[in-house]
Design a protein around this ligand. Structure first.
Ligand code: UDP
Length: 389
């Protein structure tokens, strides 16, 4: 496995304009790929499958993260999984046949990730997988299947952590395809967090006091597909609010639909409910929360950069690093969530002081520079071992 090249890898000859297709389709991919897209600069050809394609989940992220205008696929959003993958794959194949990229980059574990990877594989185009090697070992999660399939066909596996690299080795993936890069989340959080005065203004707008509120997000099927699970999460958030700690709840569209479907509106009355907020606002609000409650993958990483405690409302995680480093704990949606929240809120100052001093397990903020250099290397010399990069 390639060790982290330090310091920042030497710049290479610039790649041809538009030669690296970056395929994405959802909010977390826009966030995590933004710093890499900036590193690749004019070489980027951004392709958006349209899985998340509204202003709240995509439009403002493209703008706020300074991303180039993407090529947009059609008819993908709102379909079941196989339909999303099939619609994306057909269109990507046609686009790559017409204008062949020198490399394709995908990130994570979404249907867009798998479609982009299959499209590259079908035309024998070098494939880069950002955030390779994550494993929840939970075969009930479609994302687990997506990430395993993509890892096994990628040419360059960018493992964010030593644990991710170990997962790849355990599946006998070739050593020379694996690079330990760190996670791009570090640089995107550092680059997008509003400065202190803007954060103070943001908290004022929401009527919140620093270190005095809970910020909660849930949207995963395991928490939104049944009235029992969603009701259990919301009842505990309601209890926290009733006990006097404000709870800000930016609601994902899937969660809003589930609340309406199950008639759970009554449990929202004491919560400060908003729609999804923009990325800079979300980071600013998370930075000063006494406690984060979420089932999001990205928030499990961001909490380690922001130094905030997180209760992860999930039965398994593909990101054990935040738990191992003391930032997070996995909890079940009902009483376990409530009990943990009460304990952690009771020792807020000590916990926040400890976490502020703890390093993030996700690297040094140079992941995107490494991935861009390794991608350039892959394009120039596809057969060369990564160690020479
Ligand atoms: N996020 C945001 N606004 C919100 C809620 C979340 O910008 O109102 C960001 C969050 O900081 C993280 C990303 O969205 O970077 C996570 O997206 P999501 O939870 O949809 O996906 P996951 O990370 O679970 O794959």
């Amino acid at each position: 496995m390639t060790a982290c090249p330090t310091p920042k890898p030497a710049p290479r000859r610039p790649l041809a304009p538009g030669s690296v297709a970056v395929v994405l389709g959802t909010r977390p991919e826009l966030v995590k790929l933004a710093p890499l897209i900036h590193e690749l600069g004019p070489a980027t050809r951004l392709v958006h499958t349209g899985q998340h394609w509204d202003e709240a989940m995509s439009g403002r992220f493209l703008r706020d993260l300074g991303l180039p205008r993407p090529e947009l696929l059609t008819g993908v959003g709102g379909r079941p999984r196989a339909g999303q993958i099939a619609r994306s794959l057909g269109q990507l194949d046609a686009a790559f046949a017409e204008d062949r990229p020198a490399a394709v980059v995908v990130q994570g574990d979404t249907n867009a990730t798998l479609a982009g990877a299959l499209a590259a594989n079908a035309r024998d185009i070098p494939l880069v997988h950002v955030e390779a090697g994550l494993r929840s070992f939970d075969r009930a999660m479609p994302e687990e299947h997506n990430r395993v399939m993509v890892d096994h066909i990628a040419d360059l596996l960018c493992a964010a952590t030593p644990g991710n690299a170990a997962n790849l080795r355990a599946e006998s993936l070739a050593e020379e395809r694996i690079a330990l890069t760190g996670n791009t989340v570090v640089e995107v959080v550092r680059g997008s967090l509003p400065h202190a005065a803007a954060r103070a203004h943001l908290l004022d707008r929401h009527g919140l006091t620093a270190d005095g509120y809970v910020l909660a997000t849930v949207h995963r099927p395991e928490n939104t597909d049944t009235a029992e699970a969603l009701g259990a999460v919301l009842a505990e958030l309601d209890r926290i609010a009733r006990a006097g700690t404000p709870v800000l709840f930016p609601m994902h569209p899937r969660t809003r639909a589930a609340v309406e479907r199950f008639g759970l509106d009554g449990l929202l009355e004491r919560l400060a409910v908003t729609g999804p907020v923009g990325y800079a606002d979300f980071l600013g609000l998370a930075r000063h929360a006494a406690l984060l409650v979420s089932d999001s993958g990205g928030v499990q990483e961001e909490c380690t950069v922001l130094g905030r405690p997180l209760l992860v409302v999930r039965r398994s995680t593909e990101r054990p690093e935040a738990v191992e480093a003391g930032f997070a704990a996995l909890v079940a949606p009902g009483a376990e969530l409530g009990a943990h929240a009460r304990t952690w809120l009771a020792d807020t100052p000590e916990r926040l002081a400890r976490l502020a001093a703890a390093p993030s397990p996700y690297g040094d903020g140079l992941a995107s520079a490494r991935i861009a250099a390794l991608t350039a290397r892959l394009v120039e010399e596809p057969a060369a071992p990564l160690l020479a990069a």
